[in-house]
Write a protein that binds this ligand. Structure first.
Ligand SMILES: *[C@@H]1O[C@H](CO)[C@@H](O)[C@H](O)[C@H]1NC(C)=O
Ligand SMILES: *[C@@H]1O[C@H](CO)[C@@H](O)[C@H](O)[C@H]1NC(C)=O
Ligand SMILES: *[C@@H]1O[C@H](CO)[C@@H](O)[C@H](O)[C@H]1NC(C)=O
Ligand SMILES: *[C@@H]1O[C@H](CO)[C@@H](O)[C@H](O)[C@H]1NC(C)=O
Length: 391
């Protein structure tokens, strides 16, 4: 591609041409050299053009969707560059594809995986099962949002007949929703039909079109926030709560009646949590992805409560903060980006990450606890709800 007439010596003239006067005399003295100048300039320009395309690829892919690549808005791309600086290792491998593809024009950014520690967000996901009217019709005070695998009907049924079954608590309307992604692999074919049936029966399923797996929980949480903002922003609070939890709703409502209606995010708040650098850890995060040895304050994912002004702010923050796969830490990073501090519960003993063994008195004092894996949650509930003093 380099002009055959341009020897190294003549190319050197390009560098000299930087000096005024010198270049003019060279150009007037030799037409051939002047042509050379233009040629080298053009080659240099092309080189820079391809190079810049290559370097921008990973940044674009952070915000562009692979299905609808023109949803990008320029502020997003620039917004994410600072945060995306750590991604340069990924760009070297993906950039090569881009150079070969862009020679055949329109420069469509190819799909680039965000790597194992980040997830495909922001991205335009769609709801495949939805409850668009429920909040508008029932005007809940609190929306309970339970992430659960699509095939896990058993857990949903347990929640519906235990703590998720109460729709009025201390005079406040509470509404339960389950959040599902898409099931892939075995048993995936008959599931959509079953889910539609279940949705017709209970009107509490929300499903979006991302692959439902542990690594994608951050996507589930962000889609949940988008949903809350779009379909349930009139509620006062939402609680994201895992399906294996016990929830004492009266205690929760009691706490919320006196809580702030804005910029409020509480739960079991971790302060100064160390980033796990052991690659064999379930929550390993390398230095390139999160350089600081600590995370900002964040509420543990087992159950956290937020005021309904926050979903929109968090979704907006997510345009600038790279989507780490650890969903609760990620919300903490977004809160830090927004400069909104987390709220501690009014005292200790409200949220438990290590299972509290069932005991009527103990369960009557907490808000939420994980349960033992083999605990019979239905009979615990039956015992908890029977009349008589708790302690
Ligand atoms: C997508 O691109 C087309 C053509 O460039 C444009 O007309 C359209 O407005 C774009 N859509 C969005 C959502 O940006
Ligand atoms: C939200 O509440 C306001 C005031 O109570 C009401 O006018 C509005 O229709 C509600 N919107 C939805 C979507 O429920
Ligand atoms: C997470 O979901 C996205 C979108 O559906 C998908 O492309 C990706 O492969 C999923 N991640 C895993 C680890 O399955
Ligand atoms: C409710 O809030 C007020 C003022 O914000 C405070 O003085 C009071 O102690 C709170 N009550 C409870 C039960 O938390």
């Amino acid at each position: 591609m380099l002009g055959s007439g341009c020897s190294m010596k003549e190319s050197q003239g390009l560098l000299d041409a930087g000096r005024p006067g010198d270049s003019r005399s060279r150009c007037s003295s030799s037409r051939r050299l002047c042509f050379c100048f233009i040629l080298v300039f053009a080659v240099g320009y092309l080189f820079l053009y391809f190079n810049s395309t290559k370097w921008w690829t990973p940044f674009k892919s952070l915000t562009q969707s692979k299905k609808s690549p023109n949803t990008t808005d320029p502020s997003r791309v620039t917004g994410s560059t600072g945060a995306a600086a750590g991604l340069t290792t990924d760009s070297s491998s993906s950039g090569t594809d881009q150079v070969t593809q862009s020679s055949s024009a329109p420069p469509l950014a190819p799909y680039v995986s965000p790597g194992p520690y980040l997830v495909e967000y922001p991205h335009q996901y769609h709801f495949t099962i939805n409850e668009p009217q429920t909040c508008a019709e029932q005007q809940p005070f609190l929306a309970l949002m339970v992430p659960v695998a699509p095939q896990n009907r058993a857990d949903r049924d347990i929640i519906r007949r235990t703590w998720g079954g109460d729709s009025q608590v201390l005079g406040k309307v509470v509404k339960l929703f389950f959040l599902l992604g898409l099931k892939t692999g075995e048993g995936a074919e008959q599931l959509p039909e079953q889910l539609l049936q279940e949705s017709k029966e209970h009107q509490d399923l929300i499903q979006s079109d991302f692959v439902d797996c542990y690594k994608n929980l951050t996507i589930k949480t962000m889609v949940m926030l988008e949903w809350l903002d779009t379909y349930c922003s009139n509620a006062s609070y939402a609680m994201k709560i895992d399906s294996d939890m016990f929830l004492n709703l009266p205690n929760l409502i009691h706490m919320l009646i006196n809580a702030s209606r804005t910029n409020y995010l509480t739960g079991l708040v971790a302060s100064g949590a160390a980033v796990l650098r052991d690659p064999s850890s379930k929550w390993y995060v390398p230095v390139e992805v999160h350089p600081s040895p600590q995370y900002p304050r964040y509420a543990l994912g087992l159950g956290y409560v937020l005021s309904l002004d926050l979903p929109r702010k968090l979704v907006e923050a997510a345009r600038d903060v790279r989507a780490l796969y650890i969903e609760d830490v990620y919300l903490g990073l977004c809160m830090q980006h927004l400069g909104i501090p987390l709220t501690d519960p009014p005292g200790p003993g409200y949220f438990y990450v290590f299972p509290v063994s069932y005991n009527r008195c103990a369960f009557s004092r907490l808000i939420a606890t994980t349960t033992h894996e083999n605990a019979d949650r239905t009979s615990i509930w039956t015992d908890f709800k029977k009349p008589g003093p708790f302690c």
